[in-house]
Design a protein around this ligand. Structure first.
Ligand code: PLP
Length: 412
């Protein structure tokens, strides 16, 4: 039985406001909600139960594993795809689960300087428990230099965790080059693909990836669920203990409705990736090109081509990012200053620091994260108001006023 979504449409959301802050949260596609509802109402069995109620839920779970596996190139869904509560949990499982399980082999873990806080803080946790953590630098374009990775590997290195694409600057890492190093050196590779899954192709088998963090909401699936690919045979231990669900690696009764939603989101993303990617790239480039060509003192952060199709991050010298966000909001447009996790407290981005953006410039960033719900006319509306907003904010900006004399001021 399917329950129709009579009162639910994304049309109104689009007509009333323009959202360029989809990295903070995506709407759940009504088609996906429709597929989830029976698993909260009539098909509410527990996949661990032997009776047919339970087995109905088990079939749905296995189907979701199959859909997620297909999106990322896993050939053994039932042994390699696990569901968690979030990308944060998947990242924690990857780092802590691999490090603790392999500590007899070595105690050295490598992460990149632009990883999400869920990786950075899991690494800090390990450091407090005696692990050695190396943070790999990135270039100005946000890309890891594989020679630095080679140099960082030591006899006790067990794991490298390098994200596929960065959530702030959009830069995509050369994962196959990276995995050729990790495979040669016999160390495990974890890739956080939260920002990239379903936006650009990834093939875990071809790319030599041992563990891959997979999102749900970033795919337009529900929040409160996430996934992880773990290559069969990878030495890892659980970080949550309980009834031994999911092959003992992730105890807790599975949220089948959410998992079904994530599976459907993966299926839709796989089908739409190519055409959405082309449309998003056009809109992304229009934002970056137009603002940097028409407004002076604007920088585009991240690699110009090796970047996510839906990510445009710009730096506007002499303008405070938060003020620009509030002015855009008054004009009915949502954007952010950077990572959703850090943008409410005024912490400056470690990602921008890693690519060499100075502290003054780091105050003036705007991140436009697009989704397939965006339309070209929304980009036009943004471009019609943004230069005026920047101009008005610069009129009251001391940094802009004294921009030619800043070095003199710094020198004291
Ligand atoms: N990894 C990356 C690259 C992210 O951008 C995020 C969230 O934005 C996460 C992990 C954590 O995702 P969640 O907050 O859904 O657990």
């Amino acid at each position: 039985m399917s329950i129709g979504l009579k009162n639910y449409s994304l049309k109104n959301e689009r007509e009333n406001r323009i959202n360029f802050d989809y990295s903070a949260g995506m709407p759940v596609d009504p088609v996906i909600v429709d597929e989830m509802i029976p698993y909260m109402t009539t098909k509410y069995g527990n996949p661990s139960s032997l009776h047919s109620f339970g087995q109905e839920a088990r079939v749905a779970l296995v189907d979701a594993q199959r859909r997620v596996a297909k999106l990322i190139g896993s050939t053994d869904p039932e042994r390699e795809i696990y569901f968690t509560s979030s990308a944060t949990e998947s990242n924690n499982l990857a780092l802590r689960g691999v490090a603790l399980r392999n500590k007899k082999r070595g105690n050295h873990v490598i992460i990149s300087a632009i990883e999400h806080v869920s990786i950075r803080n899991a690494a800090k946790y390990l450091q407090l428990r005696g692990f050695k953590i190396t943070i790999l630098p990135v270039g100005e374009d946000g890309i890891v230099d594989v020679n630095f990775l080679k140099d960082a590997i030591e006899p006790g290195t067990i794991l490298a965790s390098i994200m596929h694409a960065n959530n702030e600057i959009g830069t995509i890492q050369p994962i196959e080059e990276i995995s050729s190093v990790t495979q040669n050196e016999g160390i495990l590779l974890h890739v956080d693909a939260t920002s990239s899954t379903g936006k650009i192709p990834i093939d875990v088998a071809r790319s030599g990836i041992d563990l891959l963090t997979i999102p749900s909401n970033d795919l337009s699936g529900p929040k409160g669920v996430g996934g992880i690919f773990i290559k069969d045979g990878t030495p890892i231990e659980p970080i949550i203990f309980g009834g031994g669900q999911q092959r003992g690696l992730r105890s807790a009764s599975e949220d089948v409705a959410a998992i079904v939603g994530m599976g459907k989101a993966a299926e839709i993303a796989e089908r739409r990736m190519g055409s959405d990617g082309k449309r998003l790239t056009r809109m992304r480039d229009k934002i970056m090109d137009s603002v940097s060509e028409t407004v002076e003192g604007v920088s585009v952060y991240g690699h110009r081509e090796h970047r996510l199709p839906n990510n445009a991050m710009i730096g506007i010298f002499g303008v405070e990012g938060e003020q620009a966000i509030m002015e855009l909001d008054k004009n009915g447009i949502s954007a952010s200053t950077g990572s959703a996790c850090a943008s409410k407290n005024l912490d400056l981005s470690h990602v921008l620091e890693a690519i060499g953006v100075n502290e003054v410039e780091r105050y003036g960033t705007i991140l436009f994260s697009l989704s397939r719900w965006n339309r070209e006319k929304e980009v036009d509306r943004l471009l019609a108001v943004l230069p005026r907003i920047i101009g008005e904010l610069r009129e009251i900006s001391p940094i802009w006023k004294f921009r030619d004399r800043l070095e003199e001021f710094y020198a004291g």
